[in-house]
Design a binder for this molecule. Structure first.
Ligand code: NAP
Length: 483
């Protein structure tokens, strides 16, 4: 049976889904992309110092190794190039409709009806691949809009503004703020970093890959596969475990963070300012090679007095100081809980995803929602985004979606959606497992949902892959043509 698939989003996950469809011989699919290029987060984020903090060999599709990575952890522009090249060489671009913002998706008469600038179109299966760190979060600071200099969010960096001659104010010290600080320190007139809460930093020197190694990787592809296997094993067995259960893996990361601060910062006052109040890994772990060195430069200052307001010329802190700056960069994170929104998705009986998620976003194994037949999400709620590379997660999810697409294609079934009971059971089990994770040890982080619990997968990263490899049909409300 022919099947028409709609994918929303041409980022890392959407492209992966497209490739899996092609591998299965399905060419009747459309990727809706509201921007004018593929790449998702790697297209939108271009801030100075942007890099991926996952080992490069493991931040690539398992089926498309990249011998060209220049560093152990890839710079952002290289990751962006990798996905652009992938879309081109796999012939995915002809399926992508750029500038196509899907505003509504409705399930009616057994089909998904998508509304985009091209009108309303009908599909058998809907796959959302809209990413989860997509909607910038602007800080709610009094007078922010009165600032007269250039001001932008880290994911909307304005490259037309010169930096070297400026006094820069940077708000936020998460992964993004740390990377920007490391890149700007010493390259601008002055940098003031406004830190609300210090974060633990795991030391990670980002070694360059030699030309000899690249040549060897090009010649012997098994070397690349070995790198994927090695780094995958490393990430899954150490980083994949450390946050979710106490043990030597957690001890290792936490000890590294403590010693990194102790050995890297001599000044007692500064060390105090940089000492987080919570446990390492409670917030998203930060990996950085020379952040502490940068903040000890004379032209870099960490401001810890809380921000009271922003005035036309700068930032006022609680001690009454006006910190004059020429440019304000907001590394204040993203709305993690948006998922597909503002797109309105309406399932059976006119029930929207917003209705279904009134108490917070939940899903069955992070990919499907009761009442939304033949709709699958990549990186949906409680995906293992806090303890694994997202690329293998996307691959596992896309394989899982393909399993269901194969059932639909064979004509054995006409629709499938997880049952309320199975979804509840799955989410209850996750809730019960949360207290063992480091994410619940008392910190403010973007991981936490409305109920104060992390919207993450509370077990080892490898367990998620196992769950997806064994679809449980009994957990689904499956309809056949005869019904
Ligand atoms: P984030 O981790 O949410 O950090 C936001 C920062 O802004 C925090 O320091 C926060 O302080 C501060 N902040 C927010 N509102 C504020 C306000 N009103 N006043 C003062 N400070 C405020 O965001 P992010 O750094 O953009 O990182 C988000 C995620 O993106 C990361 O956790 C990571 O998963 C991903 N990321 C990955 C990489 C990579 O290399 N793979 C690089 C960058 C980002 P509090 O801590 O006090 O809330």
């Amino acid at each position: 049976m022919g099947i028409r698939v709609a994918i929303i989003g041409a980022g890392m996950s959407g492209l992966c889904m497209a490739a899996k469809l092609q591998d299965a011989g399905i060419e009747d699919f459309t990727v809706f992309e509201k921007a004018d290029e593929v790449g998702g987060t790697w297209r939108d984020n271009t801030y100075p110092g942007l890099a991926c903090d996952v080992p490069s060999r493991y931040y690539a599709y398992s089926f498309r190794p990249n011998p060209e990575w220049s560093h152990m952890m890839p710079p952002g522009p290289e990751v962006f190039r990798y996905f652009r090249q992938f879309a081109t060489e796999r012939g995915i671009r002809r399926h992508i409709r750029f500038g196509a913002d899907v505003t509504a998706a409705r399930f009616r008469d057994g089909k998904w009806w998508l509304t985009s600038p091209a009108g309303v179109e009908e599909f058998d299966v809907l796959v959302t691949a809209t990413g989860f760190l997509r909607v910038p979060r602007y800080p709610d600071i009094l007078g922010l809009d009165t600032f007269t200099g250039p001001m932008f969010h880290s994911s909307r960096w304005d490259h037309s503004v010169s930096l070297s001659d400026k006094r820069i104010g940077l708000i936020g010290t998460g992964s993004t703020g740390v990377q920007i600080t490391s890149a700007l320190g010493g390259n601008v007139r002055h940098l003031k970093v406004f830190q609300r809460t210090p974060q633990w930093i795991c030391p990670w020197p980002n070694l360059r890959v030699s030309e000899h190694t690249k040549a060897a990787m090009r010649r012997w592809t098994w070397l690349n596969s070995f790198g994927y296997w090695f780094w995958g094993g490393f990430v899954r067995s150490i980083f994949g475990v450390a946050p979710v259960r106490p043990g030597w893996q957690r001890w290792l990361y936490q000890t590294q963070c403590h010693w990194n601060l102790r050995l890297s910062v001599r000044d007692k006052e500064l060390k105090k300012k940089l000492t987080p109040p919570d446990q390492p890994m409670c917030k998203r772990m930060i990996f950085a090679g020379h952040y502490y060195r940068t903040v000890q430069r004379p032209d870099v200052e960490i401001v810890t007095d809380p921000i009271v307001e922003v005035q036309p010329r700068g930032v006022v802190t609680a001690d009454g100081t006006l910190h004059e700056v020429d440019l304000l960069a907001l590394a204040t994170g993203f709305d993690f809980h948006a998922y597909v929104r503002p797109l309105t998705i309406t399932g059976e009986h006119g029930r929207t995803l917003d209705d279904a998620w009134a108490d917070g976003p939940t899903a069955y194994r992070a990919v499907a929602v009761p009442g939304f037949p033949n709709m699958f999400m990549l990186m949906g709620p409680h995906a293992p985004v806090g303890n694994n590379s997202l690329v293998p997660v996307a691959e596992d999810q896309a394989d899982y979606v393909m399993w269901w697409i194969d059932q639909l294609r064979s004509g054995r079934i006409v629709s499938a959606a997880p049952t309320e009971a199975a979804t509840k059971q799955y989410n209850d089990a996750m809730k019960a497992a949360m207290p063992r994770t480091v994410w619940t040890t008392g910190c403010r982080s973007w991981y936490l949902g409305k109920d104060g619990l992390p919207e993450l997968f509370p077990w080892e990263a490898s367990r998620y892959a196992e769950l997806l490899r064994s679809p449980q049909v009994s957990d689904f409300d499956v309809r056949t043509a005869a019904v």
